[in-house]
Design a protein around this ligand. Structure first.
Ligand code: 4AD
Length: 482
């Protein structure tokens, strides 16, 4: 009995060794594909792995070849150590490679792990002489901006894209955690929500007859804001939001305007006052920024150390304090008491210009500041009339932030049918917005919302001066590359 058991055990152990050997053999043949960020975690020491990516640096020594390979999964690249016989003349800075080998603990303090290569394949060649980026050179944002088809190959722009992606996730998470329903508002619309006439018209490119030309039967445009569609939904959902591209035909080359930008918009029903909106704006800003700082620390650091040195202090200060609130009238007083000479007028009734916004932010301690209750005539038809105010103002609010100026614009919406009708009539828009008026007939409630310019948000947290440097493919007047 005992002998039989011992024999069975020995057979089992021989078998399991054979299985292990064949697994190892198999693993050697088919290495595990890892992303660079996974390899860098160091959990796979001793594993036979395959890495795919682009060569960010290359150094030859007597017996070894050292490469850094990056695949976009993290700012850090993986160091590859290879015997010099694996060198290939096509293995150059910028080339695309596939490397297999064994992950080892690195003797260098700077990297936890390195890959000892047993095979290197060049998948895509890159002539380093023609390649517009040079090894070990830190190219300026202005320079890489001229190469929209290649700039994702630089550390700075790939960091920006990871931050942008994380910030998008963080904003969606904020809304999900706070009970907002996401609405896909249309890109093509027949209304001009802001009434500023900055619309791009949508027409077929090759109309074959008059009917084609009149494709939608009404003039149709690329949306300037999803607000009115969110307002429709706020008749059935107390909290809705949208996050998508918006378009403005503003003939501007400024550092904070694009013809195509992404806007985060929220609409909240049963609002009592502007504070119901400012609370959401501030909480969303804070929660998204904290998530980005925690999940993209290295990428944010790259900006705060090398691209916009010192900006980290600004962001820390922003996150520490509550955002102050001043009324438009108080803001005008602050501007008029200032010793600074402004290019644009600062009398009551004037729209605040970037120079005014930046001054107000500085005046409030270089942290974001809410400006409320703007002159009624400055705001679009939907803004709620503050009827009880001595000066004629609307319940509207902008959030101004360091370095950028206006980041968010919002308001309570005019829910009172008679006031809304009178304003639309005055603007000759009563027929165009008959459906909007009708919303006020059927279970209408006080509501309000806001829009946040996503690129301006990224400028604000990273300290980037030019909006064209925080969007993958910038569109602005006289430029539509790619
Ligand atoms: O202040 P705006 O025009 O507000 C609206 O469109 C409202 N309908 C939003 C709402 O209440 N749902 O735009 C909102 C934000 C601005 O504060 C600014 O950050 C950004 O959108 N923005 C631009 N960003 C880049 N380029 C442009 N041309 C922009 N125009 C506005």
């Amino acid at each position: 009995m005992f002998q039989a058991a011992a024999k069975a055990q020995s057979v089992a152990s021989t078998l399991s060794q054979a299985v292990l050997l064949s697994i190892r053999h198999y693993c050697k043949k088919t290495p595990t594909k890892l992303r660079v960020s996974e390899a860098l975690l160091g959990a796979e020491w001793g594993a036979h792995v395959k890495i795919q990516g682009w060569v960010r640096s290359i150094r030859h020594q007597k017996v070894n070849l050292f490469l850094h390979v990056n695949d976009g999964s993290s700012l850090q690249s993986l160091q590859i150590v290879a015997a010099s016989h694996l060198n290939d003349p096509l293995l150059t800075f910028g080339s695309a490679v596939e490397v297999t080998g064994v992950l080892k603990e690195s003797p260098h303090r700077k990297q936890p792990v390195e890959l000892e290569a047993d095979e290197i394949h060049v998948i895509g060649e890159c002539n380093p002489v023609d390649f517009p980026f040079k090894i070990k050179e830190r190219h300026s944002l202005e320079y890489i901006r001229q190469l929209p088809h290649l700039r994702c190959r630089t550390n700075a722009f790939s960091s920006l894209l990871r931050v942008r992606s994380e910030a998008t996730t963080a904003i969606h998470s904020y809304f999900k955690e706070n009970g907002f329903v996401q609405i896909h508002t249309p890109i093509i619309t027949s209304n001009d929500c802001e009434g500023a006439g900055e619309l791009f018209q949508v027409v077929p490119s090759h109309p074959e007859n008059e009917e084609d030309e009149n494709f939608f039967s009404v003039p149709a445009f690329l949306t300037v804001s999803g607000q009115l569609h969110l307002e429709v939904m706020s008749g059935a959902f107390t909290r809705v939001y949208t996050f998508g591209p918006t378009f403005r035909a503003e003939n501007s080359q400024s550092r904070r305007h694009l013809a195509e930008f992404f806007m985060v918009e929220a609409e909240i029903s049963f609002t009592q006052c502007l504070e119901d909106l400012t609370r959401v704006m501030e909480d969303m800003f804070r929660s998204a920024t904290e998530q980005v700082m925690a999940h993209c620390a290295e990428d944010v650091d790259l900006f705060h150390k090398h691209v916009t040195p010192g900006h980290r202090d600004t962001v820390d200060a922003i996150l520490k304090k509550r955002f102050p609130v001043v009324t438009y009238s108080e803001a005008i007083d602050i501007l008029n008491r200032s010793s600074q000479k402004f290019a644009f007028p600062t009398n009551w009734g004037c729209d605040l210009q970037t120079e005014h916004e930046k001054y107000l932010v500085k005046h409030c301690g270089n942290i974001p500041v809410f400006v409320t209750d703007y002159p009624y005539d400055l705001k679009p038809f939907y803004a709620r009339d503050n009827q009880d105010s001595p000066e004629h103002t609307a319940a509207a609010v902008d959030l101004l932030v360091p370095g950028v100026g206006e980041l968010c614009g919002g308001s309570l919406r005019e829910e009172r049918l008679d006031l809304l009708r009178a304003r639309l009539k005055e603007a000759g828009l009563e027929d165009t917005y008959s459906w909007y008026l009708e919303l006020r007939h059927f279970g209408s409630v006080p509501h309000g919302g806001f829009g946040l310019g996503f690129e301006r948000y990224l400028q604000c947290i990273l300290g980037v001066d030019n909006i064209k440097d925080v969007i993958p493919f910038p569109r602005f007047s006289h430029s539509c590359l790619l």
